[in-house]
Every structure is written in structure tokens, then in C-alpha cells.
Design a protein around this ligand. Structure first.
Ligand code: ATP
Length: 821
């Protein structure tokens, strides 16, 4: 309606007026739509300044037309709007598609890069796989070869042992028959010697009697011619029994010579005919050999006792003879004082003969004493004694000295026997040496095979008796039998246990560490290594692991730190190393970070009420245990690492018990991680060295634990009992192993039946008062020996290490450049 009114006004306008005036006049005209403006302009062009009157019909027509035009314009307008909308939509769609395309191509590029990396990675993995497969095959064949060699070695040693046994029994048989023969010869020779002595005594008496008779005849006062004649006759008469005695002596002499020759031949044969002993020793023969050696020893000492007896008898006889001689001399002196010499000539001559008889007897005993002493000491007679021998020879004639030589030959036999005994002892020693070296070798090979199988190595260390034990005079019932065996004397008799190595009380810390050193290299090579000490309270675990308080005798921990950084220094041109550590204690079944002091933490976090930050035991995909929530500190030298350890020790729970003045009341767990990057091929290995000093199992009655110490002891015993359950399950190869029963077993999960190279040290006391605990520890350790681990090296190729880095960056929202991958 408004428009219509405007139109009517427009119709009534004077067209002759200037167009500018018209515009000014009709300000309301501006309200007209765009179409009316267009119409107005057309009309103005057509009829300038002319006032026109249009008939109604025309106007109506005109209006209709104008309305139609307007309608058309409106339609066109709408079309244009629609077209514009469509165009806009198309453009928007195109725009969207273009963006999508662009994003897609961007991601496609990324995907392609990742695919390329994956291909590369797969290729490398395949290559590595084939390489490893080849290595595994080579190792398996090597292992089989070694086993075959070991079997052959065992067969050979068994055969050799058998042969050796046969040879030895043959030789011993021979030897014992010869020894028997020697004994019987010796006995008969001694008997004959005795007989010869008696004969000599008789001859001596005969000689004395004849000389007495001669003297009496001379004194009776015959003429000198008669005397000579009488003497010749008497001599020929008195020579008769002497000749008989001399013949008898000759016979005896001959038989003694014969015996001596036989014995010498026998000894010669003994020396020459004994076949050389085959070298390879065997344990089976040792008892027989020892038995035989003992028999020889006994025979030797029997002979010696016999000789001693002879010497004693001779000495007594000598003393008696000397006494008699002294008595005789004293009686004579007395009678000389009292009587006139001329009145009793007869008595004087009697006295003279009796004196010379006793003197000769004394001389004889003295010579025998000298001979027997020579036999005992194996020395030759001294010059003075030799004079005595020749004197005796003058009195008794040649036969007697032969008898003395006969005595000497018995001595020679004894000396020879002693030589033989010495030889046998040397042989025995050599055999024992060979046996122990062979046993050592066998044990070494056995250990190597066990190592290859992944068995846990167990070392046993006996501590010296403590001052209290020494003061109480405790009996020592533990003994190291050899390098691999330990023997415990129990009420039911001795029990022997075998380990990878046994160390006695005198073993120094350095020597002990020598055996654990190679594991440090393994940790640096990327293996998961665990060394733990087990034993009753006060058995020397802390001494072994840490050392003494003053660090005059440092233990495994400080020595490992030095050894580790020494290896790192040696390889620093080829590898780049990073060492970090965490230190925990398991106290009252709660894990505590020793890098965080309880007092400090309580001060910083009052709401924690003196409780340390929560530390959890977790395992990574490879099964390696790690402590979540525990602080890990880096160290670049052994000194730094040791300083960290000392810092941790300051926060440990230690207190005095009846059994140990510095008893550890918690389990100490030190984890040292070593990351090494190969500078040549970029591979990265991550090894972990876990050093665990367990708290000792204890009996409350013995340790005198009360109140909170009793609680500590209960907690320690509970965790150790859980450890025992795990060990039992693993050694019996049960399908379920109760690792989750205690925090301690969780911490040690990768070390017992896991992927670690594990070394157990069982510490024991040598004293009788601890026999039950010692037996328990040794049985425990024997079970651990049966557990098999599967140690694997944690190493990643350069590509995998890079990929891990990329993933880490992507996870943390950092941008990853193309060259990063
Ligand atoms: N091989 C050894 N040589 C010398 N002394 C030793 C040896 N082993 C242990 N000792 C001494 O015995 C005592 C107890 O040893 P240690 O503290 O190491 O026992 P433990 O097993 O750690 O005890 P706990 O379980 O109670 O902590 C210490 O005084 C230590 O010096």
C-alpha cells in the first residue's frame, strides 16, 4: 500500500521541473524501492520536464507491467541468491576436500616414512634373527660337543681308574708279599743274631776257662822246657772246643751272610721290578692306598719298637754289668786294704780273671749299644766306637765282628724300609695332589656346564669363630674338606655338602671377591645380575657384602663399584656408559627408599607421619624388576657411587642383639643400572647389578629380641620363610611359584627362576652352638643350586633405540623431525 501511494504521488509530479529539484522536494521518495528508482529514471529520460496526464487504463496497465517487472526482478534476485548459496556451498565443499586432501597427504607421508622404518626394522630384525638362530645352532652344537667330550672324558677316566686300580692292587699285592718276606727275614735274622750272641758268650767262657787253666799250670812251677812242652800240649788240647765253637761261628756267619744276600736281592728286586705308576689318579684307590701306607707305617713303628726294646734291654744289661764291675773293684780295694798281698795270691788271680770277664762283658754291651744306636739313627759308628769294635774283634776273633755287621745289616734293612716308606708317602702325596687337581678340573667343567644351563652358583663361606665363641670354648664342627665340599659334625654323625666353591675362615676379602668379579663384567655387558648373601644372624653376610665398619676389609659392594668403573674406564673408547643406582631397604615388610631420609621426609611432608614415599616393585616387559617411586641417582665414579651408598647406609635400620652387636634389621637391596652405547654400531645394552644383603634368620630366644625387635625378627623370619617357599617350589619345578607372598620374593623374582645371572653366598658359623642354623642354611643353599635361570642380554640395535626415542618424544608431545627417524 505504501508503494501504491508513492506511485500516485509520483504520477501527480510536474515533469517539467528539474530532476534535481524533484529529488530535493520529495525526500520521502528515497523510501522507494530500487525498482521504483529504476522506473523513475526511465520515465525521466522518456519525458523530460513534461507534465503528463495518463488515462487510468494506461496507468493501470503501466502499473501492472511495473508490478510484473518487479515480480520478474524479484525472481531473478532470488535465483541469484540461490545461485550464490550454491556457489558458496560448492566452494566450501571444495575447500573442505582440499584441506582433507592436504592433511591426508601429510599423514600419508608420515605413514610412508613409518612404513619404511618398519620395513627397515623388520629387515634388521630378520637379519638378527637368522644371525641369532645361527649362533644358537652353533652354541647348541658346541654344547653337545662339550657334553660329548665330557662323557668321553668321564669314560676315559673311569677306564683309567679301573686300570689304575688293577695295577695298584697288583703292585700292592707284590709289595705286601715282599714286605712279609722282609719281615720274616728280619725276624729270623734277629733270632740268629741272638743265637750268635749266645754262642759267642759260650765261646768266650770257653776261652776264659782255657786261659785260666793255662795260667794255673804255669804257676805250678814246671821247668822252662817242660813248661813249653806242656803249654804246646795244653794248647792243642784246649784248642779243640775253641775250634768247634769257631766252626759253629763260621756256620752262623755263613747263614747270616746268606740272609743278608737274600734280603739285598729282595730289596734290589723290589726296587727294580716295581712298574712305574700310571699317572692318572682315582679316588677309588685312595682308601686302599692309605690303608697300605698305614700298614707300612705300622710295620715300621713295630720294628722301631722292637729295636727300642732291644736297646732298652741292652742298656739295662750294660748298667747291671757296670754295677757288677764297680762292686767287684770296690770289694777288691777293701780286701787290699785289709790283707797282705803275698798271703793270698790265689784270690788275687781269681779276682783278676773275674774283673777281666766283667770288663769284657761291659765292653760287649757297650759295643752292642753302639751298634743298636747306629741302627736307630741310621748313622755310621764314630771313630772311638770303631776302636771299641776292633778291640772286641781282638778279643772274640773275626766271627764276632761279622755278627756286629749282621746287626748293622738289619739297620740297613730298616733304613731301606724307611726309604721305601718315604717313597710311598711321596707317591701317596702325589696321588692325592693328582686326585684333587683332577677333581678340581671335573668340578670346573661341571660348573661350566651348569653355568651354560643357567644354574644359580652358590658359594659357601665359613666365618672365623667370634670372640664370645672362643671365650666360651665352643667346639668347631664345620670343616672345609676340599675346594668344593664342607663337612658339618652333627649329633647324628658328619654331613657333607657340595657347592661351587667353599671358603674357609682364613679367606681374605680380596680372594673371595676374585670369584665374583666376572659377574660385574656381565652386568656391564647388559645382563641382569644378582649377588645375594644368606645365612643366620651374625654369620658374616654384611662382612661379606659390605665389609667391616672401618673399611679395612671392604666387601663385595665397594669392590664391585671399583671393578665396574675400572671396566668402564678400559672400554671408554668404544662405549659410552651411564651408571645410575637406587638403594632400598625392606623393613617390617615395607620398602623404603634409602636416598630419602625418614626424618627429612617427615619434615618436608608433615602429613606423611614419618613414612617414606611409597615404593612399588614392578617388572618390565622383559621381566626385569625395577623399583617404581624410588629415587635413582647417577654416578660417574666409584667414589661417587660409594658416597651414595654411605648416604643410604646412614638411613638403614641397625641395632645390637645378643648374637651381633651390629645386626641388620632389614634386607638391603642395591640396584646399579649400567647403560652402555656402542660407539661403533650404536647398539644400546642395559644391565642391572643387584646386590642384596639379607637380614639374618634368627631365634628370638637366642638373640634376646623383645618388643619392636621381636616384631622386626618376626617380619624378617616371615619374609625368609616366603623366600624358602619360592626356592622349594622352583627347585621342585612346581607349576606355581608363590612370588607374591612377600615383598622380598617380589624383589628377587628375576633373580630366582628369572632372567638373571645369580650368585648366592651362604654364610655359616663354625661353632657347635649354631649347628642347627648352619645345617638349615646349607640345606637351603643346596636347594638353590637346583634352580635354573634363563639369563638374557638386554641389548637393542641402533634402530630400535632410535625408535624408542621417537616414541618417547611423541608421547611427551614433542615434534619429531624426518631425520630423527
Ligand atoms: N670372614 C670373616 N672374617 C672376619 N670377621 C668376620 C667374618 N665374617 C664375619 N665376621 C665378623 O662377625 C661379626 C658378625 O658379622 P656380620 O655383621 O657380617 O653378620 P651378619 O650375618 O650380617 O649378621 P646380621 O644378619 O645380624 O646382620 C662381625 O663382627 C664381623 O666383623
Amino acid at each position: 500500500m505504501k508503494r501504491w501511494a508513492a506511485f500516485k504521488r509520483w504520477i501527480s509530479i510536474d515533469r517539467r521541473k528539474q530532476p534535481g529539484q524533484e529529488v530535493n522536494q520529495g525526500s520521502s521518495d528515497s523510501q522507494l524501492s530500487d525498482s521504483s528508482d529504476v522506473l523513475q529514471a526511465t520515465e525521466a529520460e522518456r519525458s523530460p520536464c513534461v507534465k503528463m496526464y495518463i488515462p487510468y487504463e494506461s496507468a493501470e496497465l503501466c502499473i501492472t507491467q511495473v508490478a510484473e517487472d518487479m515480480e520478474a526482478m524479484k525472481r531473478r534476485h532470488l535465483d541469484m541468491v540461490q545461485e550464490l548459496e550454491e556457489n558458496f556451498q560448492i566452494t566450501a565443499r571444495e575447500n573442505r576436500e582440499w584441506t582433507v586432501q592436504k592433511v591426508r597427504s601429510h599423514f600419508q607421508n608420515k605413514l610412508n616414512t613409518l612404513r619404511r622404518i618398519l620395513d627397515l626394522y623388520q629387515e634388521t630384525v630378520e637379519k638378527k634373527n637368522t644371525e641369532w638362530e645361527k649362533r644358537v645352532v652353533a652354541l647348541t652344537s658346541q654344547k653337545e660337543q662339550l657334553l660329548e667330550e665330557q662323557r668321553a672324558e668321564r669314560r676315559r677316566s673311569e677306564e683309567e681308574a679301573l686300570q689304575w686300580h688293577r695295577e695298584k692292587s697288583k703292585m700292592l699285592e707284590l709289595f705286601s708279599t715282599r714286605l712279609d718276606a722282609l719281615h720274616s727275614h728280619q725276624a729270623s735274622t734277629l733270632q740268629e743274631l741272638q743265637m750268635a750272641r749266645q754262642e759267642v758268650g759260650k765261646v768266650q767262657e770257653l776261652l776264659m776257662a782255657s786261659s785260666q787253666e793255662q795260667q794255673e799250670v804255669t804257676e805250678e812251677g814246671a821247668s822252662p822246657e817242660d813248661k813249653v812242652q806242656q803249654q804246646t800240649v795244653d794248647c792243642s788240647e784246649s784248642d779243640l772246643p775253641l775250634k768247634g765253637a769257631k766252626a759253629c761261628l763260621e756256620d752262623l756267619k755263613e747263614s747270616l751272610f746268606q740272609r743278608e744276600r737274600e734280603i739285598t736281592e729282595l730289596l734290589e728286586a723290589e726296587r727294580t721290578s716295581v712298574p712305574p705308576l700310571p699317572q692318572p689318579p682315582c679316588s677309588v684307590l685312595l682308601p686302599t692306598l692309605i690303608h697300605k701306607a698305614h700298614a707300612i707305617c705300622c710295620a715300621g713303628s713295630e720294628s722301631r719298637a722292637l729295636l727300642d726294646q732291644m736297646i732298652e734291654e741292652n742298656r739295662l744289661a750294660l748298667v747291671e754289668a757296670r754295677d757288677k764291675l764297680d762292686g767287684l773293684q770296690m770289694t777288691q780295694e777293701d780286701s787290699n786294704d785289709r790283707q797282705d798281698k803275698t798271703t793270698d795270691l790265689k784270690r788275687s788271680s781269681e779276682y783278676e780273671s773275674s774283673l777281666s770277664l766283667h770288663q769284657d762283658r761291659v765292653r760287649e754291651y757297650e759295643v752292642s749299644q753302639m751298634a743298636l744306636d747306629c741302627i736307630r739313627t741310621g748313622e755310621s759308628p764314630e771313630t772311638n766306637d770303631c776302636d771299641a769294635v776292633s778291640e772286641l774283634e781282638d778279643i772274640l776273633g773275626q766271627g764276632t765282628i761279622r755278627t756286629a755287621e749282621g746287626v748293622k745289616s738289619v739297620g740297613q734293612q730298616l733304613v731301606l724300609m724307611q726309604d721305601q716308606l718315604k717313597q710311598m708317602k711321596e707317591e701317596h702325596k702325589k696321588i692325592i695332589e693328582n686326585y684333587s687337581s683332577e677333581r678340581t678340573m671335573r668340578m670346573k667343567y661341571y660348573n661350566m656346564v651348569e653355568d651354560m644351563k643357567g644354574k644359580i652358583r652358590v658359594l659357601c663361606r665359613i666365618r672365623p669363630p667370634s670372640r664370645i665363641e672362643a671365650a666360651q670354648g665352643e667346639a668347631l664342627i664345620v670343616d672345609k674338606v676340599d675346594e668344593f665340599s664342607v663337612k658339618v659334625e652333627t649329633a647324628r654323625g658328619p654331613r657333607e655338602f657340595q657347592f661351587d666353591k667353599v671358603f674357609c675362615a682364613e679367606t681374605s676379602q680380596e680372594d673371595f671377591f676374585h670369584d665374583t668379579n666376572r659377574l660385574i663384567q656381565s652386568a656391564i655387558d647388559g645382563y641382569n645380575v644378582c649377588i645375594f648373601a644368606y645365612g643366620q644372624t651374625g654369620s658374616g653376610k654384611t662382612f661379606t657384602m659390605v665389609g667391616d665398619k672401618e673399611q679395612k676389609n671392604p666387601g663385595i659392594l665397594p669392590r664391585s663399584f671399583h671393578a665396574m668403573f675400572e671396566i668402564i674406564r678400559e672400554n671408554s673408547t668404544r662405549f659410552d656408559y651411564k651408571v645410575s643406582a637406587y638403594m632400598l631397604e625392606l623393613y617390617n615388610d615395607r620398602l623404603q627408599d634409602l636416598f630419602v631420609s625418614l626424618a627429612g621426609e617427615a619434615h618436608a611432608l608433615p602429613q606423611s607421619h614419618g613414612q617414606a614415599r611409597r615404593v612399588e616393585i614392578k617388572r618390565n616387559r622383559k621381566g626385569v624388576v625395577f623399583a617404581q617411586g624410588a629415587e635413582t641417582k647417577e654416578a660417574s665414579s666409584a667414589q661417587e657411587l660409594y658416597a651414595l651408598f654411605q648416604q643410604a647406609c646412614a638411613n638403614r635400620h641397625i641395632s645390637a642383639t645378643k648374637m651381633n652387636v651390629e645386626s641388620s634389621r632389614s634386607h638391603l637391596i642395591v640396584g646399579i643400572m649400567v647403560e652402555s652405547r656402542n660407539l661403533t654400531n650404536g647398539s644400546v645394552s642395559t644391565g642391572k647389578l643387584s646386590l642384596v644383603d639379607l637380614a639374618g634368620s634368627e631365634r628370638a630366644a637366642k638373640t634376646g629380641a623383645k618388643d619392636h625387635q621381636l616384631k622386626e625378627a618376626n617380619s624378617i623370619n616371615k619374609s625368609l620363610s616366603a623366600l624358602g617357599d619360592v626356592i622349594s617350589a622352583l627347585s621342585a619345578e612346581l607349576p606355581h611359584v608363590p612370588y607374591r607372598n612377600s615383598k622380598l620374593t617380589q624383589v628377587m623374582q628375576d633373580s630366582l627362576g628369572g632372567n638373571a645371572k645369580t650368585l648366592m653366598i651362604v654364610n655359616i658359623s663354625p661353632s657347635e652352638c649354631n649347628v642347627d642354623e648352619t645345617l638349615t642354611s646349607l640345606i637351603y643353599a643346596t636347594r638353590v643350586k637346583a634352580i635354573t635361570n634363563n639369563a638374557q642380554r638386554n641389548v637393542e640395535s641402533k634402530e630400535i633405540a632410535q625408535m624408542k626415542e621417537v616414541i618417547m618424544k611423541l608421547r611427551s608431545g614433542q615434534t619429531v623431525e624426518e631425520e630423527d627417524v
